[in-house]
Design a protein around this ligand. Structure first.
Ligand code: SF4
Length: 538
């Protein structure tokens, strides 16, 4: 293949990738842009405000407006006619193609302004970092249980945690309830009506959530910037600098505020997010179906490169492609060390600095099991502290472990922890190793080293320790337990099934003795009495 043909093929591939027909992963979660007050500005770049329509005016805090000095034109929406056309095309597409979602139905039909604001607020908090498909069921149950701010304000934190269980980022539910209580007790149940007030008065409401509530519920013409909007705007305006940097985030907020439709701000903001969730997706955007492709600089660049390659292929003397890069050190263009890559097409944008790898943590956890009054198994769960990771949730008795601890040491640490609970000497060898369960939190790679112990008598738990209770399997799942703990119980049940199936038997990777080792009945676990027996010298 000739070099020209090869290049054309590569570009066509890039174009296909950027406008391919594969169904996009729908319903991406909403990632908020860092809430910012505009205090940190990149040197030489003031804060940019909007006076009307699409005009950019430099605004210096505490000083009269200075002469306009816009960022490079290709990163702006400076043509009012283009802004109007983009709004029109995007909102018309949204009217045709938007997904039918419960919070949208409520926002459109609820006549009471406070209830409407509350309904949007709940959806926005749940959608942070969580997929739309996951949120729908939680949202529906939440609104059935607490249809108003007043109802939520009267709920207990335990009830909130129980309903939130499995949705992740548990502090969101707690903060939502705290804020609802504040609206009821301090604001007479009246939701603030503007983004500024919402952000100022409601704990846990940042710039994005405030803008979303104000525009969708109250028609305020204010932009929003979440993960989907970042992607769409970076592609529309070829912004290739680190999209998580404060300077770029500030520019994106400016762009969102310029673009937002003055007559239908809520629908416009939802349309922009919907576009990012369903068409302008991270890996294979459907540019061919995009309602704003004629306004998209990234798309235009791919088209130009493709046209250039085709002309070259057919032997025509092509003009040098106009790649429209900014000259000099543009703070919004990709860094010189990582220029535009034709093979990536529009997915050159956005770009992010590499994320820090999650911190690795190991925790030993023990499924303590006993027979309940009807013979069904019951499990001991204890409550976590009221602050920190998974605050107030319930879990199996657990103890954090140092990294690279020997297996025997891990057992001993867990046995010591259980001993503190029960006030009796523990034999570490009595713990049956079940396996390891991995759970990824946003910033933590957590490994649970799972053990189990069957109790044949009751245990007097020290009341001075954290709250604890025995639960059946059904009660366990209805409790405020994390997804990680559900995985732990699942691993335990799987092990039990293996043990009860003689054909398959039970294989353990680690050196734990088989259940009941040393007891007259192989295949069963040590009883509590045996477990509590002080270790004998070898
Ligand atoms: Fe493609 Fe641009 Fe539309 Fe995104 S905004 S789908 S990159 S044309």
């Amino acid at each position: 293949m000739s070099p020209a043909r090869g290049r054309a093929a590569a570009m066509a591939g890039a174009l296909r990738r950027s406008g391919g027909s594969a169904a996009p992963p729908r319903g991406r979660s909403r990632k908020r842009a860092s809430p910012r007050g505009g205090a940190r500005q990149r040197e030489g770049w003031g804060s940019w405000g909007v006076l009307s329509g699409a005009c950019w005016v430099r605004v210096k805090p505490g000083a009269p407006a200075a002469a306009p000095a816009p960022p490079p034109a290709r990163h702006l929406f400076s043509d009012p006619a283009e802004v109007e056309a983009l709004r029109r095309n995007l909102v018309a597409w949204y009217d045709r193609c938007k997904r039918d979602l419960p919070w949208r139905a409520l926002a459109a039909s609820e006549p009471d302004a406070d209830r409407r604001g509350y309904a949007v607020w709940v959806s926005e908090i749940m959608l942070q970092q969580t997929q739309v498909a996951t949120v729908i069921d939680y949202y529906t149950r939440w609104m059935q249980k607490w249809p108003t701010l007043q109802a939520l304000a009267q709920a207990s934190l335990e009830e909130v945690n129980e309903l939130w269980a499995g949705l992740g980022y548990y502090s969101r539910g707690k903060r939502l309830q705290e804020a609802a209580r504040k609206v009821v007790s301090e604001l007479a149940g009246r939701m603030p009506r503007t983004a500024e007030e919402l952000q100022k008065l409601l704990p846990g409401v940042g710039r994005y959530t405030a803008g979303a509530i104000a525009s969708i519920s109250y028609g305020q013409a204010t932009g929003v910037v979440d993960g989907n909007v970042i992607r769409v705007l970076c592609r529309l305006r070829c912004i290739g600098a680190d999209s998580s940097s404060p300077a770029v985030i500030d520019r994106l907020w400016d762009l969102a505020n310029v673009l937002v439709d003055r007559s239908r701000p809520g629908d416009f903001n939802q349309a922009l997010m919907e576009l990012g969730a369903t068409v302008c997706v991270p890996k294979s955007p459907l540019c061919g179906e995009c309602p704003v492709k004629q306004h998209c600089q990234a798309w235009r660049r791919v088209e130009k490169e493709l046209a250039f390659a085709s002309q070259k292929l057919f032997g025509k003397a092509p003009p040098v492609p106009d790649v429209e890069d900014c000259v000099g050190d543009c703070p919004l263009c990709p860094p010189a060390t990582e220029p535009w890559d034709s093979s990536l097409g529009v997915t050159n944008f956005p770009r992010k600095a590499a994320k820090k790898p999650p911190r690795a943590m190991r925790t030993a956890t023990c499924v303590l099991e006993r027979r309940g009054c009807h013979g069904a198994p019951e499990y001991l769960i204890v409550q976590r502290p009221s602050s920190g990771l998974l605050a107030g949730l319930w879990e199996f008795p657990s103890v954090p472990l140092a990294q690279d601890l020997q297996e025997e040491k891990e057992r001993e640490e867990l046995a010591d922890h259980l001993q503190a609970w029960m006030g009796q000497p523990m034999a570490a060898k009595g713990l049956q190793f079940i396996g390891e369960v991995i759970h990824i939190f946003s910033h933590i790679h957590q490994t649970y080293v799972v053990y189990s112990l069957h109790l044949d008598g009751d245990v007097i738990l020290d009341p001075a320790l954290s709250p604890s209770r025995w639960v059946t399997e059904h009660e366990f799942h209805a409790s405020a337990v994390s997804t990680a703990m559900k995985k732990v119980l699942k691993a335990h049940e799987k092990q039990r099934r293996k043990e009860s199936s003689p054909a398959k038997g039970s294989k353990r990777k680690r050196g734990a003795k088989a259940p009941g080792a040393g007891s007259p009945c192989p295949g069963t676990q040590l009883s509590l009495r045996a477990f509590l027996r002080a270790p004998t010298a070898p």
